[in-house]
Write a protein that binds this ligand. Structure first.
Ligand code: BJW
Ligand code: ZN
Length: 251
């Protein structure tokens, strides 16, 4: 069969799964924001190229050299002010409107805030947000958007160091957010996974939790991932093109 026909067939199969599901869970990763101009984490041109992950995304790194860690995060926060959501993010807003908020849960590993910026309402941010800071002393959380911060920003209440409100390796995910994500994965009939390498746990485990509970799994990614062998439909291509096409085919 011609390759384009295979893709068209897979899109139709995926659209049929989405259409017949009572509840849908979507989990996104850095790939959905790639077409907004944000680097993904892994691979050539990735955010961590030139940075050892342990140097910037662990609590140990922050204790060792907080100013290095803040420079890395402040550069990413400043860059966020220059980007906007792409057609992939917008398609998920359309899907939320079409299904109604009670039938869809949008789970993201991303810390870029682009789903909310696009207008998605119920977003579960598993790994926190670059737009918030948290006090490493008193735990107070503040929205600071993309405003410029010093290399060693301090809490106005207790003077301890602030940190980005993101989840680093070896840290627990926010408990309430995780509970909601797990419950959505357990109770959906369709789990749509977009633009993630599915390497990082516990997030990647949601894919298998949903599948083991009987959900059909659809993957959208430009490349094969850790999860590709386990999914029902694999849509290979950029999410900014595939997601709008998929939503169109649900009509
Ligand atoms: C496109 C596209 C296009 C491109 N269209 N697609 C050994 C050592 C240490 C830890 C562990 C270990 N073994 C296991 C662990 C646990 C660890 C883990 O999973 N490590 C793995 C690397 C093995 N996990 C943790 O530590 C977690 N915590 C934990 O386990 O706690 C235990 C605990 C329990 C109770 C109490 C206390 C502790 C925490 C994980 C936190 C992850 N945080 C990060 C950083 C966030 C802050 C920041 O941004 O700096 O989250 S890591 C990073 O990876 C980020 C992402 O959300 C996450 C996932 O990455 P993602 O989104 O999948 O991006 P990429 O780059 O990997 O993939 C992009 C994909 O897009 C690719 O597939 C492309 O093909 C595709 N793509 N363009 C569609 N246009
Ligand atoms: Zn404080």
């Amino acid at each position: 069969m011609h390759q384009n026909e295979t893709i068209a067939d897979d899109l139709d199969r995926a659209a049929a799964i989405l259409r017949t599901a009572r509840n849908v869970a979507v989990m996104t990763g850095a790939g959905i924001s790639a077409e907004s101009g944000l680097a993904t984490f892994r691979g050539a041109g990735g955010l961590w190229e030139g940075h050892a992950v342990e140097e910037v995304a662990t609590p140990q790194a922050f204790r060792r050299d907080p100013s290095l860690v803040w420079r890395f995060y402040n550069a990413r926060r400043a860059n966020l002010a220059t980007v906007k959501p792409n057609p992939g993010h917008h398609a998920l807003v359309t899907l939320e409107k079409r299904l109604g908020e009670d039938r869809i849960t949008l789970i993201t590993q991303n810390v870029d805030g682009l789903h909310k910026a696009a207008g998605s309402r119920g977003v579960l941010e598993l790994h926190g947000s670059l737009l918030r800071v948290r006090c490493s002393g008193c735990g107070r959380i503040e929205e600071r958007g993309t405003e410029s911060l010093p290399d060693l920003p301090r809490c106005s209440e207790c003077q301890e160091l602030l940190r980005p409100d993101v989840v680093w390796f070896h840290e627990a995910l926010p408990e309430d957010v995780w509970q909601k994500a797990e419950s959505a994965a357990r109770s959906c009939q369709c789990f749509l996974v977009v633009g993630t390498s599915a390497i990082v746990y516990p997030a990647a485990g949601l894919i298998y939790l949903a599948r083991d509970r009987g959900a059909k799994v659809i993957e959208i990614n430009i490349a094969a991932t850790e999860a590709s062998g386990e999914v029902d439909v694999s849509l290979r291509g950029p999410s900014g093109t595939i997601l709008p096409e998929l939503i169109k085919r649900m009509e």
